[in-house]
Design a protein around this ligand. Sequence first.
Ligand SMILES: C[S@@+](CC[C@H](N)C(=O)[O-])C[C@H]1O[C@@H](n2cnc3c(N)ncnc32)[C@H](O)[C@@H]1O
Length: 257
Amino acid sequence: MIPAIDSKIRRRFDASAGRYDRYTTLHRQIAERLLSRVTKMPAPKICLDVGCGTGYLTRRLKDCFPQSEITGLDFAQGMLEAARVQNPGIAWILADSRRLPFSDGHFDALVSNLAYQWAADLPQAFGEARRVLASGGILACTLFGFQTCRELFESLDQAKAGQLQFARLPDTNQVREALTLGGFREPGVDREEIKITFKGMHELMLWLKAVGANNLLQEGYLGPEALLRAAAIYKEKFSNQQGVESTFEVIWVHAQK
Ligand SMILES: C[S@@+](CC[C@H](N)C(=O)[O-])C[C@H]1O[C@@H](n2cnc3c(N)ncnc32)[C@H](O)[C@@H]1O
């Protein structure tokens, strides 16, 4: 049984599956950088991509490691269907990252691009990752972090005088702690900030919806007037010459079992 918060997230990703690839240049760029780290390691025999979405990274892993057995896993059926259509030669599994349907020690590498930030219980999800890794196996992943879209949160918050509640993403300390609770010893955790320019706040919100990430607003009704106020605040505070800026914090994880 998938808890309510997770099924909401899953439904949003399902809904975005058809348009996801058109809007995710950022995700693919980060996937390529993750891949260049992973390909510096010895080729894994069996590798799992957790939260594979439409399968870009999974497919690229197969290109780089043609002899390896590569599996993509996601809990959104629509995403997996898109992945399967584009990549018939890869195994695709519908499952939740918190309950991986594999035996202990099955994989020697587990990769994941921008998916673990959505896990409702991060220590449990990392504990599962560790369980299915063989001894010496590697977890290499990226997550969007707490500072992601901070300008949007600040503008909305100011427009509604603090009446809204947001589902902010985990920060580096929470990620490190979750890895440790999941059983990884001395995990490597790094962060960076990437700035992206959008035409305006409205375009940023449409983009978040297109990529399935519009579940960050948790409680409280925004209303059209507050939205307009927030857009004006956003423009006033975070404009550059091309539009408005949004921060995306990327957390990089490298951990060994
Ligand atoms: C932002 S997308 C990233 C997809 C892909 N890795 C990429 O780089 O484009 C996040 C993906 O994680 C999946 N996801 C989120 N929470 C999950 C969970 N608990 N178990 C399995 N998949 C999950 C979503 O369905 C979605 O496809």
